[in-house]
Each structure stands twice: as C-alpha cells, then as structure tokens.
Design a protein around this ligand. Structure first.
Ligand code: FAD
Ligand code: NAG
Ligand code: NAG
Ligand code: NAG
Length: 452
C-alpha cells in the first residue's frame, strides 16, 4: 500500500522510529505525544547491530552521536573474577552493523533530528494527549477534544499503555518482576585516573558483575566522558526508600548504595562511591498478550505497550525497532491494512515474547547466592552450547538475535515459520536455589513464568 495516513500514539523510541520507517516509504504520519518536552533520562542505551542498521536506513545519523562501539559482554562474579567474555569484534562483519553504546538523550535527539528529513510527511504534536479511540473508523481524540482520522493507528504508548486493555478485551496490568533498577551516570575521569579501573573506560566492554540478589552492568559513554551503570537488585535488598507507585524517584545521596555493595569488588565499590543522584525504576512485565491488533484490524500495539521486558538482554528498544521495520515491510507488501497488521503481529509476537521470557531466565541465574548451583552456573557459562545460561554465549542464539532481518517478511504459506526457528529456552536454575521462588521477591509471578 502507498500514501497511507498513519496516526502514531507516543514519541518514545518505538513511536519515533515507526514514524521514520513509514515516512521513508512515503506514508503521512502524525505523532501524538502527551509530554511537553522529552524527559532527559540520564542513562545509556545499548543499540545492537541489526537495530543500528535499521536506524541508518531510515536516516538516523549515528555519525553525529558521540558513542562507543561495544567490544562485547563480559561476565564476572562480585569478587571481579572473570567467568566468560563474549567478544563482539566480529559483529560488524557477521551482522553488517556495529553494536553501539549511546546516551539515551543523544539517541532521542538523533531520532527527532531525523524527523526533519521528512518535513511534509511527519507531524510531531507534543503536549497532545490521546484520550479516546474509535477503533472501527479508526480515529482518536486528543485532550483538547479534537478527533483525528487515519487509515491505521499505531499505539506506541509504553508499558503503561491505556489502550492495551481495550485491545486485549480485558484489563491486564504489568506485574512486578521482583527487581528494581538503578540508572546511574558518573564522570569517567576519576575512573581513568585509577589504574585499577581505567580499563573500564578505555576498553568499552559491557561488564556484568553478578552477586547474591543483584548484578551491576557498566559501560562507557560519550567517547569516554561518562560511565553508565545499571544496578538491578531484588526488592528485599533495595535499601532506602522503596520505589513508590511512580515509576521513578530520585535519591538524595549514595549512602545506601555504598552499604548495599560494601562486600563487592573494588571496581563496583568505586562506582558506588562516585555516584551522586540516581533514579530507581520498578521493573515490570506481563505474560504474552493474545493479540496486538484490535479486532477491527486497524489499530495495533508496538514497543513496550505490547512486550515490556526487563533490560537484562538490552533488547527492549531494539525489539520496538524491529516492530517498526516489520510493520514497514508488512504495509508495503499487503493490499489491505488488516492483512498487513495481521502479518506484523504474526511475525513479531513470538520473537518478542521469547526474548521477554529469556530476561526472566537470565534474571534467576544472574542473582544466585553463593553455593553449588552458582558453581554449576559458572561451569555452564564456559561452554558454547544451549545449556549456557548467558544468552549470547550460545552462538546459535546470538546469530538468531543479531542476524535477524526484521524487514524480511515470513512468507504467508510458511506456516509456523517464526516459531519453528526460535531456539529452545535456556534452562532455569534448580528450584531450591532460586532467589525468587523461595522468598518474597515476586515468587508468584516467577512460578507463573516458569510454567508458561
Ligand atoms: C533500566 C533500563 C535499561 C534499559 N536498557 C536498554 C538497552 O540497553 N537497550 C534496549 O534496547 N532497551 C533498553 N531498555 C528498554 C527500553 O528503554 C524500552 O524498551 C523502550 O524505551 C520502550 O520504548 P517505547 O517507545 O515502546 O515506549 P516509551 O519510551 O515508554 O514511550 C511511550 C511514549 O508514549 C507517550 N504516551 C503514553 N500515553 C500517551 C497518550 N495517551 N497520549 C500521547 N502520548 C502518550 C509517553 O509520554 C511516552 O513518551 C531499558 C529499560 C530500562 C528500564
Ligand atoms: C500527505 O500530506 C501532504 C502534505 O503534507 C498532502 O498533500 C497529502 O494529501 C497527504 N496524503 C494523505 C494520504 O493524507
Ligand atoms: C536489517 C539488516 O541489516 N539485517 C541484517 C541482519 O543481519 C543479517 C546477517 O548478517 C543480514 O543478512 C541482514 O541483512
Ligand atoms: C484477547 C486477549 O488477548 N486476551 C488476553 C488478555 O491478557 C491476558 C493476560 O495476558 C490473556 O490471558 C488474555 O488471553
């Protein structure tokens, strides 16, 4: 189809990229965003190869962003003993694009600037909240009581999506994963000046330190000016004021952080010591939805509104990017909107659901207590096979994740094509050893996750 009039709700990473992808094919797009201005989330984001490639194809100028190219994922225990290194030196050659570390604000800026390449095609309406839908028309109403009509509506309105319940038919609330995330940025200079930590900035690996009931991930940003830290820990070990109903809250100082990690290795303690104010995020997800497309066939979910996941595979935004690419391909190949949206849903749902489920598996392995199951994990991590609990350490899974071309549509007669190619889920740790099944850290939702 050509020259469609598309309404996109939400100008997050998902909505902005959808607009770029569809404008590139000549469609007209209006984006509705409720906030007045983009919120500056001081944090990094990892952009995996096939995702950066898609952005480039839509006109996102990665060259103008100060970024690092990831050398790989390194996993160490909380005493800083390296357990496995998964180098990404062959990523460019193998998957046709680099793996970047970028500042989230820089990434959003680049996406917003790319909108200017399509001045007649894309309209961005900030400070415009969508309050009502007519699914059959389809049309949407904004808070100032104006109705907008289009050929289709894409709802990229995030994990708290208000329209998801109506598309799903029943209310579905995100469930607590048992973990909370801290997003921290520190200046890189003090790390560079210390011979025990300078390598963290000089060699841009994503370093994962794993310990009881938590892990920390660190990587440099902005050409070595900043260092980004994400700390993910269970609620019961989250010291200080817990995250309230709001999704984030700022902390006055790092006293609790320093205490929480006092028996971890020197680099982690050093990072906690450098921390000033930081944000706490509650991590939530939900079981797979039966449908992403409203029965009218004209309104579909995209991004976190349909597949929120924990950040443990650094894939949330990347999956929204793939959503946008597949949607672009489906609209171009199909003759009617409902047919295109069905093809989009069929291709994207199993892949996104599998990745979300993997974040639940890796969560359990990352946070084990010291003991025999942890020792077994450390051994499993050394082998390139499907039993390895680290997703990318199995080359087949890594190829499946990074080698996917989201613009290539499954052929319609291919039957269960997408599902049949999905690798097996890595095993969970033994039940007795689980941090989540044996205490209050969201044991119900974990028991469910293991069943599904
Ligand atoms: C700690 C942490 C680290 C992460 N790290 C990574 C990473 O390294 N790599 C990665 O790929 N992903 C990562 N993610 C995940 C990633 O941030 C999300 O998956 C992604 O930002 C989701 O984008 P989205 O556009 O779907 O939703 P959002 O970014 O939530 O955007 C939704 C937008 O819709 C707007 N909106 C909502 N309702 C309305 C309405 N009624 N009317 C108008 N506008 C509305 C909102 O204001 C918002 O701007 C991480 C997440 C967390 C929490
Ligand atoms: C797309 O927008 C242009 C002007 O911005 C307009 O001339 C054209 O009619 C629009 N097309 C559709 C299908 O709405
Ligand atoms: C969109 C895109 O660039 N896809 C690429 C992903 O990686 C595979 C494997 O290298 C390529 O064949 C695709 O072209
Ligand atoms: C129609 C539909 O998708 N219904 C689903 C709503 O969400 C719950 C929880 O994921 C599912 O069980 C329903 O099937």
């Amino acid at each position: 189809m050509k020259n469609l009039n598309v309404l996109v709700v939400g100008a997050g990473i998902g909505g902005l990229q959808t607009a770029l992808a569809l404008a590139k094919d000549g469609h007209n797009v209006t984006i509705f965003e409720s906030v007045k201005q983009f919120m500056e989330v001081g944090a990094g984001i990892r952009v995996p190869p096939n995702s950066s490639r898609l952005g480039l194809s839509w006109g996102v100028d990665f060259d103008s962003i100060k970024k690092e190219i990831s050398m790989g994922n390194l996993f160490a225990d909380y005493r800083d003993k390296t357990l496995v290194e998964i180098p990404f030196h062959d990523v460019q050659r193998r998957y046709g694009a680099p793996y970047y570390f970028v500042h989230r604000a820089d990434f959003i800026d680049a996406l917003v600037q790319a909108l200017d390449k399509y001045p007649d095609k894309i309209k961005l309406r900030m400070n415009t909240k969508v309050v009502e839908y007519d699914f059959d028309e389809p049309a949407l109403k904004t808070a100032d009581d104006v109705w907008y009509h289009g050929d289709l509506i894409i709802c990229a309105d995030g994990i708290k999506s208000a329209v998801r319940n109506e598309i799903n038919g029943t209310r579905i609330d995100p469930v607590d994963t048992g973990d909370v995330a801290y997003r921290i940025l520190v200046p890189a200079k003090p790390l560079l000046e210390d011979p025990l930590t300078s390598h963290l900035v000089n060699n841009p690996w994503a370093v994962h330190w794993m310990g009881p009931e938590g892990h920390a991930v660190g990587y440099p940003l902005r050409g070595g000016e900043l260092y980004n830290i994400i700390i993910d820990i269970t609620h019961s070990t989250d010291l200080g004021v817990p995250v309230g109903e709001d999704e984030w809250k700022s902390q006055a100082d790092n006293t609790e952080l320093v205490k929480r990690f006092e028996d971890w290795c020197y680099p982690v303690r050093k990072l906690c010591g450098l921390t000033g104010q930081y944000l706490k995020w509650k991590l939530a997800d939900f079981d797979q939805l039966d449908r992403w497309v409203h029965p009218s066939g004209k309104v579909a979910l995209l991004g976190d509104s349909s597949h929120p996941m924990m950040p443990y595979l650094a894939q949330g935004a990347a999956q929204a990017t793939e959503d946008a690419a597949t949607l672009q391909a489906a609209l171009s190949h199909h003759q009617d909107v409902p047919g295109a949206l069905r093809a989009y849903e069929k291709q994207r749902k199993p892949r996104a659901a599998y990745i979300a489920k993997n974040t639940r598996v890796i969560q359990e392995w990352l946070h084990l207590y010291d003991g025999p199951e942890r020792d077994r994990r450390d051994e499993l991590m050394k082998h390139d096979n499907p039993q390895n609990p680290i997703f990318w350490a199995d080359t087949n899974r890594k190829d499946w994740l990074f080698g996917h071309d989201a613009r290539k549509l499954l052929d319609d007669d291919g039957g269960d094509d997408a599902a049949s190619k999905i690798p097996d889920l890595p095993p969970y740790p033994a039940r007795e050893a689980s941090v989540y099944l044996n205490n209050d850290n969201g044991n119900k939702s974990h028991a469910n996750a293991r069943l599904n």
